[in-house]
Design a protein around this ligand. Structure first.
Ligand SMILES: NC(=O)C1=CN([C@@H]2O[C@H](COP(=O)(O)OP(=O)(O)OC[C@H]3O[C@@H](n4cnc5c(N)ncnc54)[C@H](O)[C@@H]3O)[C@@H](O)[C@H]2O)C=CC1
Ligand SMILES: NCC(=O)COP(=O)(O)O
Length: 343
């Protein structure tokens, strides 16, 4: 049993070095006391941090260190476990030559987590297209983390993306796939597995005894009795019946256009949506600055800000750190709550 406690840092990966990951990491560290930020170790390039701090006018002391030293370093200096970007990075100008370092930071964070050197992983945003250009074979962190987990444990996992904000928690059942393939990818089995993971993690990681899952339909008006599409009645409704028979408080399929208004949101704890934008549009409309992306179903904790690399504002000093702060705090809370049970 590993002793996961505040004496173990959280790994914070750099993300795309040309994006706002370095900016919001620096600002978060600068606000560590007033914001109550848990000790982290940054996995990335010290040169990128130094140059970004200069652009932002932040006078921040850096210390290169191992994860073992990070908690001690954190109060007085920004702890960096060096992973070099490979080129001189210019804020706002992504380059495929940095892909290797970006991927290596994520890979290293997972290894450190399995070795008990860090207690959770918080990832800064990556630009998927930059990584694809360099041959990265995964749609995003979510799927890559599942593959790394599988490699480490030999056990297959279904990674579940949940975006959690103060007003809404939303899960897309299908994640990073083209819209035209969504209907074919939706199966009763996928909905069942996703909802079981959400139910278990809501209970074990978020402390909800009997989580209520509101399940969206796929088609307009949840199919209008089959007139506007058959998936709602043929795939989603039977999955809901099975979940209810297992004792999971799932209901629907609901018309997706009317399940996110304020009164509707009071009736559930998590909205289970059928595709990426069905979940992320309401989430970002309601909670953009404070929501956190959490990967459920993994044998370790991973959170992330809800936004992307925002290349247009990197280095300008206007990127808000609030979502990253929320991600660090959520990783802190979940990892400490699990400290007694994790192996
Ligand atoms: N977890 C991850 O790694 C994620 C990565 N991405 C990637 O990010 C890249 C850019 O995606 P976009 O759709 O443009 O989304 P984006 O979130 O990067 O930007 C959307 C808009 O929000 C603004 N914005 C984003 N974060 C902000 C912050 N913290 N403070 C102030 N303004 C902020 C941007 O300036 C822009 O106007 C894509 O390559 C995408 O793959 C997107 C979402 C999550
Ligand atoms: N839009 C959310 C998103 O793309 C996050 O993906 P991931 O990199 O966390 O898998």
């Amino acid at each position: 049993m590993l002793a996961l406690s505040e004496n173990t840092p959280i790994a914070l990966t750099q993300g795309d070095p040309a994006g706002i990951g370095p900016d919001i990491s620096l600002v978060s560290w600068a606000k560590r006391k007033e914001a109550g930020i848990p000790a982290f170790v940054f996995l990335g390039d010290p040169a990128v941090l130094r140059s970004r701090a200069l652009s932002l006018g932040l006078n921040i002391p850096f210390k290169e260190c191992t994860p073992d030293e990070a908690v001690e370093v954190f109060p007085d200096a920004f702890p960096v476990f060096p992973i070099h970007a490979g080129i001189d990075v210019v804020a706002g100008q992504p380059h495929m030559a940095t892909a290797r370092g970006t991927i290596s930071a994520i890979d290293t964070a997972v290894s450190l987590c399995f070795d008990g050197k860090v207690r959770a992983i918080v990832t800064n945003p990556i630009a998927k297209s930059v990584l694809y250009e360099a041959g990265f074979g995964f749609p995003g962190h979510t799927e890559f983390l599942a593959a790394l987990s599988e490699k480490a444990t030999g056990q297959a996992v279904l990674p579940v993306m949940m975006l959690a904000g103060p007003k809404l928690r939303a899960v897309p059942v299908t994640i990073h796939i083209p819209l035209r393939t969504v209907a074919d990818a939706l199966t009763e089995d996928l909905i069942l597995k996703t909802c079981r993971i959400v139910h278990a993690d809501m209970r074990d990681k978020f402390g909800l005894d009997a989580p209520r899952l509101a399940i969206a339909g796929l088609n307009p008006h949840a199919g209008e009795n089959g007139a506007l599409g058959h998936e709602d009645d043929a795939i989603i409704a039977p999955a809901i019946s099975k979940l209810r028979a297992e004792g999971i408080d799932a209901f629907g399929p609901l018309s997706a256009d009317t399940m996110f208004h304020e009164e509707a949101r009071r009736r559930y704890d998590v909205a289970i949506c059928m595709y990426h934008d069905q979940a992320l549009i309401p989430l970002k409309a309601l909670d953009f600055d404070e929501a956190v992306n959490v990967t459920l179903g993994l044998p370790f904790i991973r959170t992330s800000p809800d936004h992307g690399t925002a290349f247009g504002i990197a280095g300008h000093g206007i990127a808000r750190e609030t979502s990253l702060v929320a991600a660090l705090k959520l990783a802190d809370t979940i990892s400490l709550a699990r400290a007694q049970v994790i192996c």
